[in-house]
Design a binder for this molecule. Structure first.
Ligand SMILES: C[S@@+](CC[C@H](N)C(=O)[O-])C[C@H]1O[C@@H](n2cnc3c(N)ncnc32)[C@H](O)[C@@H]1O
Length: 388
């Protein structure tokens, strides 16, 4: 983490850029990972200040709900968007970056234009000297209630808190030998496919191609398919940069352009609510809606059904998601029970069975922070064979 700046001219300029980015994210619905690089590109800040702005914008966006709670104890009227952004930014530095109070307040006030300055100054001074009593873990850890509730109901209270804490730290990334940057948990999913040389292998939801490119190292013939053309282009680009041979197809996985019984192995790395990978994108938790798990489960069931048709008898299917919700994991498996899939033994540790016995023991998951040196995505998967 970059060292907090004092009230130097560059520290003020860094906060001014952060306020601009936060206002665009909150007011215009801009994506944090798109708007920030654009603003940084146009700025004259040095490398160190760019690092600071990045930490400020992603951190404040992630901790937005907690920051609002900290400042709203002292804000009496509605405030304009620029002032709201500065208040959150100041609270983030004071509470989560441990920036010395005088520096955090002065540099943040300096970044605000006009009459809003006095409000920011007065409120941040109060925040800096007042203890906090959090009303709930969801507010303290800055998640929408529905996500905190879903994780608690699915994982239990202690594990849900650990998962939410892990996803408040930037996710760890690993650079593969071929240069591709991939989450360690995604690499573990690739291993569970157990592909072999000359297998005809389909990755039905493949963009941006992280798993598909990794699967080529097994010698399998990999077809990587995705619904969206712009995302399929990313697969082609990543295959080229990793020098791997992947056949890229643009197709709706529910109506795939392949003959029945074509593939020995299929990976359905399905679109999902992403509740296991909230550490990866700072604004993701504020964009997903509470209906997403149920809505996406319908799509996931359709994708598994069409993958089943494409498998040769005796072929294997791996279903994986970077979420942990019941409807998108066990629920999908229950809803395709009529296919007569033969469930395979769950992969070994660090994967952990979701339940103690029966179907639930064949569904495994990794919680964010379970493996490796730092936070990584949470994932769930199950594996099955089409009867011969
Ligand atoms: C979890 S991501 C896949 C990540 C990829 N397997 C990797 O490791 O890089 C899910 C993908 O499913 C794609 N998708 C969504 N709906 C789809 C559909 N109906 N058919 C095929 N792909 C779909 C999305 O465009 C997205 O790229």
């Amino acid at each position: 983490m970059p060292k907090p700046q004092t009230n130097s001219a560059s520290g003020v300029a860094a906060r001014r850029l952060a306020v601009q980015a936060l206002t665009r994210i909150d007011n215009d619905g801009a994506y944090a990972n798109l708007v920030l690089p654009q603003l940084l590109e146009r700025s004259t800040l040095d490398q160190r200040d760019r690092g600071l702005v990045t930490e400020l914008v992603y951190g404040t966006t992630r901790m937005q709900r907690a920051c609002d709670f900290l400042v709203d104890r002292f804000v009496l009227d509605d405030v304009e968007p620029q002032v709201r952004a500065a208040l959150r930014l100041g609270a983030y530095q004071l509470h989560f970056m441990q920036t010395p109070a005088h520096a955090a307040v002065a540099a943040t006030v300096g970044a605000v234009k006009g009459r809003g300055r006095s409000v920011v100054n007065a409120v941040l001074r109060r925040v800096s000297v007042t203890d906090v009593q959090w009303p709930s873990d969801a507010v303290r850890l800055s998640y929408p209630d529905w996500i905190a509730d879903t994780l608690r109901d699915t994982l239990g209270s202690e594990a849900a808190i650990a998962a939410m804490e892990a996803m408040n730290r930037p996710a760890e990334v690993h650079t593969r030998a071929d240069g591709y940057i991939q989450d360690p948990a995604s690499q573990l999913v690739v291993e569970t496919v157990e592909a072999r040389a000359d297998d005809r292998l389909l990755d039905l939801c493949a963009a941006p191609g992280g798993k598909a490119t990794a699967l080529t190292s097994t010698g399998a013939l990999v077809v990587a398919s995705d619904l969206r053309a712009n995302r399929a282009r990313l697969i082609a680009r990543n295959a080229a940069s990793t020098r791997t041979a992947v056949a890229v197809v643009i197709a709706d996985g529910r109506h795939p352009p392949f003959a029945s019984k074509t593939f020995d192995r299929i990976l359905v790395d399905a679109p999902c609510s992403g509740l296991g990978s909230l550490g990866r994108r700072a604004d993701a938790r504020w964009r997903i809606d509470a209906d997403a798990p149920e809505r996406l489960a319908d799509l996931q069931v359709e994708l598994v059904r069409s993958a089943y048709d494409l498998l040769v008898p005796g072929g294997t299917l791996v279903y994986s998601v970077c979420t942990l919700t019941e409807p998108e994991t066990l629920g999908v498996l229950d809803r395709v029970a009529d296919l007569g899939l033969v469930l395979l033994d769950p992969p070994a540790a660090p994967w952990v069975p979701v339940g103690a016995s029966g179907t639930s023991a064949t569904v495994v998951r990794l919680l964010p922070g379970d493996v490796g040196d730092g936070p990584h995505d949470g994932m769930a998967l199950w594996r099955a064979r089409k009867p011969a």
